[in-house]
Design a binder for this molecule. Sequence first.
Ligand SMILES: [Cu+2]
Length: 157
Amino acid sequence: MISAHAPRLMALVVAAAMSVLVSTQAGAQTLRIENVWARATAPGLPTGAVYFDIINPSNRGDHLVGVRTERAPRAELHQTIESGGNSRMQHTPRVRIPANDRVHFAPAGRHVMLMGLTQALTEGEQFSLTLVFEDAGPRPISVPVLPPTAMSADHSH
Ligand SMILES: [Cu+2]
């Protein structure tokens, strides 16, 4: 009788163990920041921009609420908006990062604006920058500076 039920029991035990494993993995999943880059700037230009993708594989949303770097005295979250043939930049201090989604920071869209640069961003250099999330907390990233003609992180290859 025991032996007749053993395979089913075993299947139940395996299923239970797997569900524990899956829920543990979901809890451990955190935001990923990929395709990070900045465009080299011309000497004397006080502003630069940093781009990346934020991937949120979890079932909980978060918010990007700040950014800081020693490379510039001021860094802000911006979004470029097209209206009537004009483009302007808007300061967006709180950016929603939806659950199971990704948010792109890319040219002509969202970007981190570096302000008050005293030294140009030079092709080939790397600098560190910290993204601050409401729930996930501070996330330091390394930013490679690509050529002034770069349009995406792909240009590094
Ligand atoms: Cu801007």
